[in-house]
Design a binder for this molecule. Structure first.
Ligand code: AMP
Ligand code: GLY
Length: 425
């Protein structure tokens, strides 16, 4: 079969890598892809949010299955448009993707169906939002309700900081219309984890647990990023927590979406805060996490294509979903300056050497070809992923890969996975 993967980041490279191992797949396209994916797929220069262009391409090439990586096209209704043309596509429809694209909708859904989350208010009026912030006090969290590329959340330690955030989001409109509605919520403390699951809208099967590292510097210092690394399994997600999350979060949410006439087929990702053995939902995503997908796909033993097809056919309950017992750790190498401004076009050296190491996979995020060389082309550049019998072994392997690679300004965290060691695996 012919498969099209939509997106151009590390998550999509990991998906292309996994899909390429399926005996049923003969040809892979990636749109727009990157220099890493180009080794396994034919990259076509169509942007991930050019839905009309993607529909036309998939029709003209008789693509059998399209897998959508990023939230942007999902929230714009790429799945609905493909389906209108009779094209098979993996991901939630627009009205189901709203679980990520509209935080106000999702908070109300969780309240209505008693899904554990932080106490909150939603506001379109700046004065009312400020009055709520002042009545609750700090710390408090201010969120633009719409999509803001992971930047629309401010965890405010003081009331002034929260009021400032309201000003930026509601008056200065720094996130555009994503800030038309604001969610203000209780600040939760604890350990975060990413809980991703496959669902066909009825059956929910959890993926291996994972955790990402959002802050740019070691020991969780500095500003938030799209994710500086991730590891799987995450020991904070014990068997007992997994059971609790399935019973109190994942199954009720999937049932709630069905009841609301928004059948959710695809990947449901709950961002969790775990404290004293209780998990609460920080957010839902309607897609695979990036960079969590890199270590999680490294551990998936089953054929991803078979799982996806069973979801599309509403038969996930019959699909084999098996995980390798080994651990995986992904270390992100970023451009100098990221998550602030950075330059592109720096030559990347040592990629082949790193990839030739045993149990190392080098997933590309922001890379491109220039004059026959692989160069940096984004903030997050590479996700060097190590695989091994323990988290400690996977950490060593991933950093052995990182040490082979260099580009001007490269920076990465030195402590990816360290938290898993503290919790004891
Ligand atoms: P979100 O996009 O809603 O997951 O928020 C991004 C990040 O902000 C999360 O991964 C947390 O680190 C932090 N965050 C979001 N909501 C809360 C909350 N209610 N309490 C504490 N931290 C939060
Ligand atoms: N790693 C966080 C996300 O994919 O949203």
């Amino acid at each position: 079969m012919k498969v099209l993967v939509v997106g151009g980041g590390g998550r999509e490279h990991a998906l292309v890598w996994k899909v390429s191992q399926s005996p049923r797949v003969k040809k892979i396209y990636a749109a727009p892809g990157n220099a890493g994916m180009a080794q396994l797929a034919e990259c076509v220069p169509i942007k991930a949010d050019d839905i009309a262009g993607l529909v036309a391409f998939a029709s003209s090439k008789a693509v059998d299955l399209t897998i959508v990586g990023p939230e942007g096209p999902l929230s714009m209704g790429i799945v609905d448009e493909f389906q209108k043309k009779g094209l098979r596509v993996f991901g939630p429809a627009k009205n189901a993707a709203e679980i990520e694209a509209n935080k106000a909708f999702t908070k109300d859904l969780m309240k209505k169906y008693h899904i554990p989350t932080a106490e909150y208010g939603t506001f379109t009026d700046r004065a009312e939002a400020e009055a709520y912030v002042r009545s609750k006090g700090a710390p408090i969290v201010v969120k633009a309700a719409g999509l803001a590329a992971g930047k629309g959340v401010v965890v405010a330690e003081t009331v002034e900081e929260a009021v400032n955030a309201l000003d930026l989001i509601m008056n200065k409109k720094v996130f555009g219309e994503a800030g038309d509605v604001v969610v203000v919520e209780e600040c939760l403390r604890g350990e975060e984890a990413s809980f991703m699951a496959f669902t066909d809208g009825k059956t929910v099967i959890p993926m291996a647990s994972s955790q990402d590292h959002k802050r740019v510097f070691d020991a969780d210092k500095g500003p938030n990023t799209g994710g500086m690394g991730a590891y799987s399994p995450a020991p904070v997600v014990t068997k007992q927590i997994e059971k609790q999350v399935m019973e109190k979060v994942m199954n009720p949410t999937v049932r709630a979406m069905e009841k609301e006439g928004r059948l959710f087929k695809g990947i449901l990702y709950a961002g969790l805060m775990i404290h004293n053995g209780e998990a609460r939902v920080l957010e839902f995503n309607a897609r695979f996490g990036d960079p969590e997908t890199q270590p999680v796909m490294a551990r998936l033993d089953s054929d991803l294509i078979e799982i996806i097809e069973s979801i599309l056919d509403g038969k996930l309950a019959l699909a084999p979903v098996k995980w390798k017992a080994d651990s995986a750790v992904c270390v992100v190498m970023a451009s100098g300056g990221y998550p602030g401004g950075y330059e592109k076009g720096k030559e990347i050296r040592g990629l082949d050497k790193a990839a030739s190491l045993r149990n190392v996979m080098v997933f590309h995020s922001g890379t491109a070809f220039k004059d026959g060389k692989v160069v940096t082309d984004g903030g997050r550049v590479l996700g060097v992923t190590g695989f091994g019998p323990s988290v400690a072994a996977a950490i060593d392997t991933a950093y052995a890969g990182v040490r082979e690679i260099s580009f001007e300004g490269a920076h990465y965290r030195r402590d990816i996975g360290a938290r898993a060691l503290e919790t004891g695996t």
